[in-house]
Design a protein around this ligand. Structure first.
Ligand code: FES
Length: 106
């Protein structure tokens, strides 16, 4: 899908994999997280949000997510999809069938 050379720590990028839009995040500290590219709240690209200390904040209504657990910080009921990631050397592989995008209202 990509390599760690192209996705530095603290970076995120979205990819189309089959019919899924996936957001790949390289957290500071080294973890690589694959989640849904679209906010569970409304149709906003999460890649345009702000990434800080493992938290992702959507730019639209400032929902915040803990990327290590793919759960909402505010609101706490929100969830993000979490797709399995495999690292092979520098290469990053994601299984787009490993989860489904989550949707949450209000
Ligand atoms: S669309 Fe992301 S918080 Fe509303």
């Amino acid at each position: 899908m990509t390599t760690l050379d192209d996705l530095w720590e603290g970076d995120m990028e979205s990819f189309q994999v089959g019919d899924r839009e996936i957001l790949l995040v390289h957290l500071e500290g080294g973890d690589v997280i694959a989640t849904q590219a679209i906010c569970p709240h409304q149709q906003i690209e999460l890649v345009e949000g702000e990434l800080k200390n493992g938290e992702l904040m959507c730019k639209a209504h400032l929902w915040r997510f803990d990327l290590k657990t793919c759960t909402g910080i505010n609101p706490g009921h929100a969830r993000l999809a979490r797709y399995p990631v495999k690292l092979d050397g520098d290469s990053v592989y994601v299984d787009p069938e490993g989860d489904t995008p989550k949707i949450a209202h209000s």
